[in-house]
Design a protein around this ligand. Sequence first.
Ligand SMILES: Cc1cc2nc3c(=O)[nH]c(=O)nc-3n(C[C@H](O)[C@H](O)[C@H](O)COP(=O)(O)OP(=O)(O)OC[C@H]3O[C@@H](n4cnc5c(N)ncnc54)[C@H](O)[C@@H]3O)c2cc1C
Length: 382
Amino acid sequence: MDYGLENVKDVIVIGAGPSGSFAAYRLARAGFSVDLLEEHREVGKPVECTGLVSQRVLQYVRTRSIAGTVRGANIFFPNGKSIHIEKDDPTIVLFRDSFDKDVAAMAIGAGSGIRINARALSVTEHDDHVTVRYRENGNIREEDAMIVVGADGINSVVRRDVYRLRQRHVVSTLQYDMASTMDDEDSVSVYLGSKYTHGFFGWAVPGGDIVRVGTGSYRASARPYMENLSHRFGDNRVLGITGAGIPIRMAERLNTKRTVLVGDAGGIVKPLSGGGIYTGIFSSDVAARYVIEDLENGNTGTALKKYDREIRATIGRELKKDSMVQSIYSRISDRSFNRIYGMISNEKIIDVINRSGDIDYPSTVIIKVLLRNPGILYSMWK
Ligand SMILES: Cc1cc2nc3c(=O)[nH]c(=O)nc-3n(C[C@H](O)[C@H](O)[C@H](O)COP(=O)(O)OP(=O)(O)OC[C@H]3O[C@@H](n4cnc5c(N)ncnc54)[C@H](O)[C@@H]3O)c2cc1C
């Protein structure tokens, strides 16, 4: 499009994670000029993720990067006892690095440009365009666009420079790839209680001879908890270590006149599980729709307001409920967890969980279980 400015792109997307690449794909496919900036030398690396997603993700992304599937979860309580829950439709375990490449390839296939080893240093929103200053292969450059999509993850430069918002609710994680096996190869394990986590949970995901073992800690270091958890899978078996922060509260604003925040950059992440691949892609799909509308209607910024509104009216409702549950959950003591175990380890409640459990929309099952047994709420506080 001709905006009366020289060398201006329609859109610059910062960050080639799943959210950014999916936004770039949607915008390029609609015929707009798009540049995708990625700070690392390789899309998808380093991997800082377990890769568990629902089937919904496959409605958005064509991918062959599937490591396997799991159907159930064994949830371990502090007293060492566990419950087993199971779903009909399997949960997918992704090879996260090649999945990210798949989404980026979709964007490039649709006509988006990509610059790797290009780190955005600052973003300045002007009245009629946005300027992105970045370092590419050691050289400092500037590029202008009508709209910038901030898909640059937890330490978003867009969020910092344009929104001036800090992410205060962060779960720190550590994850080891371990040469080990799990008894139940068809289920993930979840570990609750103060030995394995501070206010979040520990996990183990089967993968043949390699198990992805990790833990998250809310407002505390994950390291001591990870040491306890990794012992369960044998000493001197660590093949790789990753870890990063997970932002678990949505930003107060998701748009300005010429920018939007998607995925982790906007804190559009499930607060109870820390999962953000589906929610990130969902947010990019909605954002792309309104960026297109805005570019077609002369860049007034009005359409971008609808992005913020629609996210809050859709996935945001779920995230808000989950945030409230998370703030209570993060304070549950071991004794309370054990009492809750006694209340839910019966066939009727497990059946409710099996029928209504949904990793993307957990509030439904939580409400159903609490309605069946309101005493659980009381137990949480004791
Ligand atoms: C240990 C761990 C396990 C997880 N497990 C799961 C899981 O099982 N399932 C799930 O759904 N979610 C999981 N998550 C969360 C998930 O990884 C994120 O929510 C998801 O990656 C968000 O995608 P995104 O594209 O919004 O952000 P990111 O994937 O963080 O992508 C941001 C991209 O922007 C780039 N970037 C950052 N800053 C700049 C800059 N200044 N200039 C240019 N590029 C920049 C980064 O290099 C990166 O490629 C996990 C997270 C962690 C830490």
